[in-house]
Write a protein that binds this ligand. Sequence first.
Ligand code: ZN
Length: 187
Amino acid sequence: MNLDHVFLCGNPALDLAATLRARRSVRFEMFVSPDRLDAWYLESGIVDAVSASQEADVEQAIAVREAIYGLIKARVAGDAYDGEVLALVNGMARKPPATPQLTASGRWTEATPEEVLATVARYAVELLGGPDVPLLKECGNPECTRVYIDRSRGMRRQWCGMDSCGNKVKAAAYRARKKQARVAEVG
Ligand SMILES: [Zn+2]
């Protein structure tokens, strides 16, 4: 698996939660270094520039990410939030966020890793306390475990993305059908 970040879920809090991939099986970690965390912060579009993360920032981001995922999972399942997990995310959301500044040619957002993380925590609060909760759906690829916002008509979106999951699952189903057809022919 590669370490390129993708943003398929429709909200930065969901995309952050998805940086631990295949949660039920291989549990593939995307934040293997401070560098990969900084790349996520930049590619998320939340900031134009971020001061370099240290190992402690990675640990903090992973802790907040896991707390956010815990809240997402509880909300989707209709379970009560865990008090400690809730306090962690709310505490992070209360910290100073990344703040855009107006410039002569547009705007520019420069922040510390913690400020970006605070912004993501605010996204989590707004998402989970907002009207999009009924649209939250886990990807139809059982291995994937990404949760996204399904804004398609009739909520018929099955995958986090065609490239990431849809084509893979369809190809596997096709191979399985072909194999079965062969078995039928032989028998
Ligand atoms: Zn998926």
